[in-house]
Design a protein around this ligand. Structure first.
Ligand code: SF4
Length: 243
């Protein structure tokens, strides 16, 4: 696939524009834990389809009790459920957290593995989570983490024309220069949470508007249109959730 149009100016603009905006929850967990792979992995698992503030609070409660796989295994699934509630699917996620810790200890010597293949053997870990762990914890420059925000905005910008986040990830490797790959998630998730929202994107206030064909955007938010609800972009989204 040829390089998409306007990728470099858009990403340069985003690098400037996100300065001062609220960071995504897992980025904050990465910073506060000094890039601890275990806390990044568990924080990413908790963040799926969950508001960032909820993920941040749940992670703080959980890691205060159990900052390592060994400590987590001493908790029951019920205790983990209580600590992470109200993240979405908290019962499911609590089981995955416990099982992940058991596998980390029994198979990987108590540490988070640093390859895509190994990460994908962990319960609840898909490419999105694995890519984010590789980028944040292992400083990989060869991965793009695609969540619902990256999928939606890449399609709106016309960089890709895809139906799923996994398709978007593969398309973005061809459409963008490798130097941007580790940053694409941070830039587009931050933009998706603040400006290019799933419904009523704030196109009237968007610094990217001159490069953006707004593919699939039926109704816009922004200046003077606050409070109205309505159409979604073609690729849709999950409504302000985290990664
Ligand atoms: S112009 Fe609109 S659709 Fe395009 S990136 Fe900005 S908010 Fe999103």
């Amino acid at each position: 696939m040829p390089r998409a149009k306007h990728v470099t100016p858009v990403l340069r603009a985003l690098a400037r524009e996100i300065d001062g905006l609220e960071l995504p929850a897992v980025e904050k967990i990465s910073e506060s834990s000094q890039e601890d792979p275990f806390q990044i992995l568990i924080g990413t698992l908790l963040s799926a389809r969950t508001q960032d503030a909820t993920t941040a609070a749940a992670s703080e409660r959980l890691f205060a009790k159990a900052p390592t796989p060994q400590a987590m295994l001493t908790l029951t699934v019920k205790q983990i459920e209580k600590l992470i509630y109200p993240v979405s699917f908290y019962r499911h996620k609590a089981r995955h957290v416990k099982e992940t810790c058991r596998i980390l200890i029994e198979t990987f010597g108590g540490v988070v593995p640093g390859t895509m293949g190994e990460l994908l053997t962990l319960p609840g870990v898909g490419r999105k989570t694995a890519n984010l762990v590789l980028i944040l914890a292992f400083k990989s420059a060869k991965n793009i983490c695609v969540d619902t925000h990256v999928h939606r905005i890449s399609n709106r910008l016309g960089w890709v024309k895809t139906n799923t986040p996994d398709e978007t990830e593969q398309a973005l490797y061809g459409a963008t220069q490798p130097r941007w790959w580790p940053m694409i998630n941070l830039y587009l998730v931050t933009w998706g949470q603040n400006v290019c929202r799933p419904v009523y994107p704030r196109c009237g206030e968007c610094a990217l508007v001159k490069w953006c064909p707004r593919i699939g955007v039926e109704q816009r938010g922004g200046m003077g249109r606050k409070g109205r609800m309505g159409g979604t972009g073609r690729t849709g989204g999950t409504g302000g959730t985290g990664r």
